[in-house]
Ligand binder design. Structure first.
Ligand SMILES: *Cc1c(COP(=O)(O)O)cnc(C)c1O
Length: 333
């Protein structure tokens, strides 16, 4: 199977499974799991934050991040298409009584600071209290420019807001900008990272922040059922991924660019390609047929007027050559 629906479909490699089998474990609710402790220390070190916390999913990490920043009746400003607004089942509102204030992102994935400024509520009993600006990096494959992050950071200091980055794919930004994680994370108070996307682990996310914040988050994580026990077997996969699967994200970016070029050459309308995501626009009615055609040939894609194709560790150039050949045959029938 060649699966281009998402980078969440990656499977643990033999070497990663070996690392998981060899993991030392303990009860992480007692903070006794040495492998979890090592992963959290490594995430803190890489991000330049004082502490980090391991989670089963990015959704839970983002939820706990919001619960640890905002109290009942407070709000966060967030992108209209952001994962922690649109794709997390309204968790912050449902479970935290936290009001989202969504705004439209610019074409480059940033939230324009003048629009953010206009959305901040004055101190008035009619309004929720604005507490937090939440950015997403990468956002639909787009890397947020460092000079934007620097401005957002200064802006939030001035306006007394906290700044969170949903960095589910932050390492794609790290590799694309050829910087360290710390060079990005210095512009936020807190950061979530997914290990289970392009980094290729079966499970796991991290939340990084200062020590007091991570202590608050630890209580919220327990409340939402994320306090796990001998979870070093999963943390070992995360440590393996941080050591072996970061630099290779460049291959995914190169492959997405290559695929975009090849599809363009056979007449497919390429809308955008950045990092490991390629967006193509298909004529009305074609998407479902293409999806079925590909599925018969062991290629999985999502169908839509705009189709997102995602490259990752389990799809190499040879696999993409097959995809292009199948696509060509589809267009020629
Ligand atoms: C995938 C993703 C998450 C977290 O998703 P989980 O499937 O819960 O791990 C959060 N934010 C973004 C931008 C994502 O792409």
């Amino acid at each position: 199977m060649i699966d281009l629906r998402s980078d969440t479909v990656t499977r643990p490699s033999a070497a990663m499974l070996q690392a998981m089998m060899a993991a030392e474990t303990g009860d992480d609710v007692y903070r006794d799991d040495p492998t979890v402790n090592a992963l959290e220390a490594e995430a803190a070190r890489l991000s330049g934050k004082a502490a980090a916390l391991f989670f089963p999913t990015g959704t839970q990490a983002n939820l706990v991040a919001l619960l640890s920043h905002c109290e009942r009746g407070e709000e966060y400003i967030v992108g209209q298409q952001a994962h922690n607004y649109k794709y997390e089942a309204g968790g912050a509102a449902v479970l935290g009584s936290i009001q989202p204030q969504p705004i439209l992102a610019a074409d480059d994935g940033t939230l324009p600071l003048e629009v953010v400024a206009a959305a901040i509520k004055p101190d008035d009993i009619h309004f929720a209290r604005t507490r937090l600006l939440s950015l997403e990096n990468t956002h639909h494959g787009k890397v947020l420019p460092l000079d934007y992050l620097a401005k957002a950071w200064a802006f939030t200091r001035e306006r007394k807001l906290a700044l969170h980055i949903d960095g589910a794919r932050i390492f794609n930004a790290v590799v694309a900008q050829a910087v360290t994680l710390e060079a990005i994370a210095r512009y936020c108070d807190t950061l979530t990272i997914c290990l289970s996307k392009g980094l290729g682990t079966p499970v796991g996310s991290l939340l990084c922040g200062d020590a007091a914040y991570i202590e608050r988050a630890r209580r919220w994580r327990k409340m939402v059922g994320g306090g796990m026990r001998q979870v070093g077997i999963l943390a070992a996969a995360g440590l393996y991924a941080l050591q072996h699967n970061v630099a290779r994200l460049k291959d995914d970016h190169d492959n997405a660019a290559w695929l975009g070029q090849q599809l363009h050459e056979i007449g497919v309308e390429v809308v955008d390609q950045q990092t490991n995501m390629l967006f193509v626009r298909l004529p009305a009615g074609q998407a479902e047929k293409l999806k079925a055609w590909m599925a018969e040939r062991d290629v999985l894609i999502s169908a839509g007027p705009t189709t997102r194709l995602v490259t990752h560790i389990d799809v190499d150039r040879a696999a993409l050559e097959q995809v292009v050949a199948h696509w060509k045959a589809f267009l020629q029938q």
